[in-house]
Design a protein around this ligand. Structure first.
Ligand SMILES: CC(C)(COP(=O)(O)OP(=O)(O)OC[C@H]1O[C@@H](n2cnc3c(N)ncnc32)[C@H](O)[C@@H]1OP(=O)(O)O)[C@@H](O)C(=O)NCCC(=O)NCCS
Length: 185
């Protein structure tokens, strides 16, 4: 897509579509459809039936990929290269980051030290990210995982794990993964 076309859809999203009410409200399906049509051209790849919620923020969106039947939650803030699988649910106020500021030097302010190398975040299929979760750079969330409300995820989340807390730790498994399944992932 040309830069001009991308800019057009960005303006349409941030100037209009993101402000439409949540898809949870009556006739919310109409707002969901409008946001989907406006966002689809912005993303690196976008499946069917994607629900980009009210006031979701993702910069230009050109490094976001998202699969079928997945959502970006109300007031989410996504920054960087992020891949979201299919059937991913996202609560409100979720933050995902792929970059950190450099801070190794103390002789100059951190504002002058630039950024560390980007570490993309990947979220597998069938994941539930609850309200107010923060996912930090380089994290991979395995298939079928649940991230409990308010968790700060600093390490990879195993498939079918339920993680909670700050930093997020496994509180239970939805199912045990056999050695065979693990080696075939
Ligand atoms: C993830 C969740 C579903 C887990 O529910 P659950 O399996 O019934 O877990 P339990 O309530 O039995 O809690 C198990 C343990 O984890 C702890 N825990 C549960 N959720 C937690 C959280 N968000 N942060 C920290 N600890 C948590 C509990 O305190 C409990 O610890 P304990 O055994 O020491 O008492 C639920 O906690 C949650 O976060 N729901 C999300 C709600 C939400 O955001 N909805 C928006 C819709 S998208």
């Amino acid at each position: 897509m040309s830069k001009l076309k991308h800019l057009f859809f960005c303006l349409l999203y941030y100037g209009f579509a993101q402000h439409l009410p949540s898809s949870n409200l009556p006739i919310g399906g109409v707002f969901k459809k409008i946001r989907f049509l406006v966002c689809r051209p912005l993303f690196a790849s976008c499946g069917e039936n994607v629900n980009v919620e009210h006031r979701a923020f993702f910069y230009s969106g050109n490094n976001i990929s998202i699969g079928n039947n997945s959502g970006i939650g109300i007031n989410a803030n996504l920054c960087g290269k992020i891949s979201i699988g299919s059937d991913v649910m996202m609560g409100r106020d979720v933050i995902i980051r792929t970059c950190n500021h450099c801070f190794s030097r103390t002789d100059i302010p951190m504002t002058q030290q630039g950024f560390k190398e980007e570490k993309p975040v990947s979220i597998s299929n069938d994941v539930w990210i609850a309200d107010r979760v923060i996912i930090l750079a380089g994290v991979h969330v395995g298939e079928g995982a649940i991230i409990a409300a308010g968790s700060v995820v600093t390490h990879d989340v195993p498939s079918y794990a339920v993680v909670a807390g700050m930093p997020a730790k496994v509180i239970r498994m939805r199912k045990e993964i056999s050695v065979y399944e693990k080696s075939n992932r």
